[in-house]
Write a protein that binds this ligand. Structure first.
Ligand code: AMP
Length: 322
């Protein structure tokens, strides 16, 4: 059976469904959860559907999250979105659900759900949901369309990333045509940000260390983060804005998170594959967009060294091929 039909059939057979996504949610994770909740309710109004996970004020505009009891968990189907491995699912008591489905666009890490669909070539999890909706009896409405649009746009950095395909454009075209969403307004929700973050971006631009091999990086201590009145995730929010700098092929922002006693690293690339290195430092992600978590700045230095070597190899290989 076609996988979308199989997922549809499974959704149809459960009265209670919980939707979850990865920790440290981003717009694709959040939007895929909240949109699929709306889509299931459009199609099956009598079902109980819950979107769970830690909520952050940053994504309030997307909608509210739900809490579930042990009783709900034991009687529900759970659908895990945008998450390749069990340890990164933002959920309690995963093992107590009746049945589980994974829908994801990350490189495969592990099988942990009963039914899994992942497509590494899809630009985003929201793109997969759109494709599934257009190929089953699931019902899209304007609100779910708005959310899916935001998820695709955010994960593709406005339709610029390598996984953006003709299919992405086709699906977005059909989405706008069918739902008549006001997409210009949706960009404002996604990209509106505090002045403090813009000032931090200026600081990063001024102080980015760029190696001769084309690695750009910056270390943001807790003091710097506090001086700018931002938080440890702020630098990650702006990392995509540092694309297309001709001296930089890989860039990493290293932020101290004293509350969680951890150092968060966001990494992006215009060429070299970075997720293999990220996965050695308690991280992972896509070939050109990854993250990692380390315990100290010394450990971060080791990661930086590996990324620099990677840039060196990449440059010499691309020069050899010219
Ligand atoms: P971010 O820099 O947080 O936007 O993450 C970029 C990509 O890397 C996303 O697909 C994340 O899911 C993934 N990612 C970020 N941090 C980690 C981590 N610690 N472990 C595994 N994947 C991660």
């Amino acid at each position: 059976m076609n996988i979308y039909k199989e997922i549809y059939k499974t959704i149809k057979s459960y009265d209670s469904i919980v939707l979850a996504r990865h920790v440290g949610a981003d717009p694709d994770a959040m939007a895929s959860c909240l949109a699929l909740k709306q889509i299931i309710l459009n199609t099956f109004p009598k079902k109980n559907v819950y979107a769970v996970g830690v909520s952050t004020s940053k994504f309030k505009y997307m909608g509210n999250l739900d809490k579930v009891t042990d009783e709900i968990i034991e009687n529900s189907l759970v659908i895990i979105l945008d998450t390749p491995d069990k340890k990164r699912v933002d959920i309690d008591n995963f093992d107590n659900y009746k049945y589980s489905i994974k829908i994801d666009h990350h490189p495969f890490v592990e099988k942990f759900c009963d039914l899994e669909y992942y497509d590494e070539n899809a630009s985003s999890t929201c793109e997969i949901i759109l494709d599934m909706v257009f190929n089953t009896k699931l019902v899209l409405d304007k609100r779910s369309g708005e959310l899916l649009f935001q998820g695709v746009i955010s994960d593709t950095n406005r339709l610029t990333t390598i996984n953006t395909s003709y299919k992405t454009f086709d699906l977005i075209h059909k989405l706008i045509k069918d739902t008549n969403i006001d997409f210009t307004n949706l960009y404002e929700q996604l990209y509106l940000r505090p002045l403090a973050e813009v000032r931090l971006q200026g600081y990063i631009a001024q102080n980015l260390i760029v190696t001769e091999n084309g690695l750009g990086y910056i270390k943001l201590t807790d003091k710097i983060i506090k001086d700018f009145k931002v938080d440890s995730s702020s630098s990650g929010n702006m990392i995509n804005n540092f694309n297309y700098i001709d001296d930089v092929i890989v860039w990493a922002f290293i932020s101290e998170d004293v509350k969680n006693d951890i150092i968060k690293i966001a990494i992006r690339s215009r060429g070299p594959v970075i997720n293999e290195i990220a996965s050695k430092y308690n991280g992972g992600g896509h070939e050109r967009a990854s993250g990692a978590r380390v315990k100290s700045f010394d450990e971060a230095d080791k990661l930086i060294q590996e990324l620099d070597n990677l840039c060196k190899r990449f440059r010499s290989e691309t020069n050899e091929n010219k």
